[in-house]
Design a protein around this ligand. Structure first.
Ligand SMILES: NC(=O)c1ccc[n+]([C@@H]2O[C@H](COP(=O)([O-])OP(=O)(O)OC[C@H]3O[C@@H](n4cnc5c(N)ncnc54)[C@H](O)[C@@H]3O)[C@@H](O)[C@H]2O)c1
Length: 413
């Protein structure tokens, strides 16, 4: 397993639990050291789950590429971010391929798990691996299999979520199917790596576009004085042809705000414009400003200005029950509130500190809530006593529809 992050570590643990010995490679020595003593830094894989696997010798980590000579399969789970010009940054994946090429063995299987644009496996990865002198599809197997992990989710796991695989040749697909069958319940073979790559992008574009649609509806409902949450719940009673998405303060994480733009970039090569993706990005990225506008209106209703008000943000992770703050809309909301002169604190049971913002999570008690002019629910982590917040806060702006409202002090998205 190359890359022991949110994707690689759960996948490594899943294989090890199935009795398949796993070697994990990561560039960060402290992560490797922690894994080797059974200590986890990823919430989805608690140390109690990891330790028996390392104790049994089923999971071992290394920083050395030379150790990969002995393995049968290499699964690449490395970051695929955007550059500052919002273009795909494949440097980690292609750098890894270069390191692998000089150690590649005949008969090995290489699978790319990182989200990327269609064509990456065949046009970018294969040529680098072939610097080994071995030919992809003939001397070694090559496939793409998108990771579908949803951090924080417990009803579907890496083992139970169907696994799509597309190889360069039918034999490559077959090799990948055999490998994943050792650890995953359902394998979905497709005809090419491009189909598998595009499948992952469709899944993420689907979410981005539908979230944007419901965010736009939330803004329209806000102006019309209609409760959007009630509209969605009512629409969701239709047994067919409708799937509920909820509005929110904007997109976060490593996937939904980023991956669709991999397709936008690739489509340009074909003189095509992915207008739904661009529009969804525009609507979703405007949400933090809309939400801050709502906080300003709520304060205004109490004859208060944002300037000088104390705001308590609930949840700075990008979604409930995780500690990941990458691209989190909460960070933008904090920035915008501060620009308007608010004094901002936050509470997040999963994120102890935001060093860049110079903030640490405050303890949550009735006094703290009372001491803030407005409580803003950005991420609805489990285990927070929303009834207490409703009772004690002078004013609430609830962007997640979780705070009960008894006396009209809750402003909802
Ligand atoms: N996080 C998710 O929920 C999720 C879900 C599905 C797909 N994905 C995709 O999976 C891929 C990995 O995402 P992630 O969230 O696991 O990233 P991550 O940053 O959590 O993990 C990447 C790991 O790779 C290591 N690393 C970075 N560069 C390296 C290098 N050159 N050599 C060796 N190790 C290196 C890092 O130290 C880190 O441990 C991305 O393409 C992402 O889009 C992520």
């Amino acid at each position: 397993m190359v890359g022991l992050g949110y994707v690689g570590l759960p996948l490594a643990a899943t294989f090890a639990e199935a009795g398949v010995p796993v070697l994990g490679l990561d560039a960060v020595p402290s992560k490797v050291a922690q894994i080797n003593v059974g200590r986890s830094y990823i919430e989805d894989v608690p140390s109690e789950r990891l330790r028996p696997l390392t104790d049994a010798g089923l999971l071992r980590a290394t920083t050395s590429w030379d150790d990969l000579r002995s393995v049968d399969a290499v699964l690449i789970c490395l970051p695929t971010p955007l550059t500052e010009h919002r273009e795909p940054d494949l440097s980690a994946v292609l750098g890894a391929a270069e390191s692998l090429a000089s150690r590649l063995r005949r008969g090995q299987l290489v699978v790319l798990e990182s989200t990327t644009y269609p064509g990456t496996t065949r046009e970018e990865l294969a040529p680098v691996l072939e610097r080994s002198g071995l030919v992809a599809g003939r001397d070694f197997h090559l496939a793409f299999s998108p990771e579908r992990v949803d951090p924080g989710r417990v009803d579907w796991t890496t083992a139970t979520t169907p696994k799509v695989v597309g190889g360069l040749t039918p034999a490559c697909t077959q090799a990948a199917v055999e490998l994943y069958s050792l650890a995953c319940e359902t394998i979905v073979p497709v005809s090419s790596p491009e189909v598998a790559e595009m499948t992952k992008l469709l899944e993420n574009v689907f979410r981005s576009v539908n979230i944007a649609l419901v965010n736009e509806l939330a803004i329209v409902c806000d102006r019309m004085g209609i409760k959007v949450w009630e509209v969605i719940d009512a629409a969701a009673t239709k047994p067919f042809g409708f799937m509920p998405f909820r509005p929110g303060p904007g997109l976060g994480g490593h996937c939904i705000p980023i991956d669709p733009f991999y397709l936008t970039w690739k489509a340009r090569e074909y003189d095509l414009h992915t207008e739904f993706i661009e529009l969804a990005g525009k609507v979703n990225s405007a949400m933090p400003a809309f939400c801050v506008g709502k906080v300003a209106r709520a304060l205004n209703s109490r004859r208060r200005a944002v300037n000088g008000s104390r705001a308590l943000i609930f949840g700075v992770a990008y979604k409930p029950n995780v500690n990941d703050t990458r691209e989190s809309p909460a960070l933008r909301i904090i920035e915008l509130l501060r620009e308007e002169g608010a004094v901002v604190s936050y509470h997040d049971p999963h994120v102890a500190a935001l060093p860049r913002q110079g903030l640490v999570s405050v303890e949550l008690d009735a006094q703290t809530v009372r001491d803030h002019d407005v409580s803003v629910v950005v991420t609805d982590h489990a285990g927070i006593d929303w009834a207490m917040v409703a009772r004690e806060a002078p004013l609430v702006v609830d962007l997640r529809n979780v705070v009960p409202d008894d006396d009209g002090k809750v402003w909802r998205l």
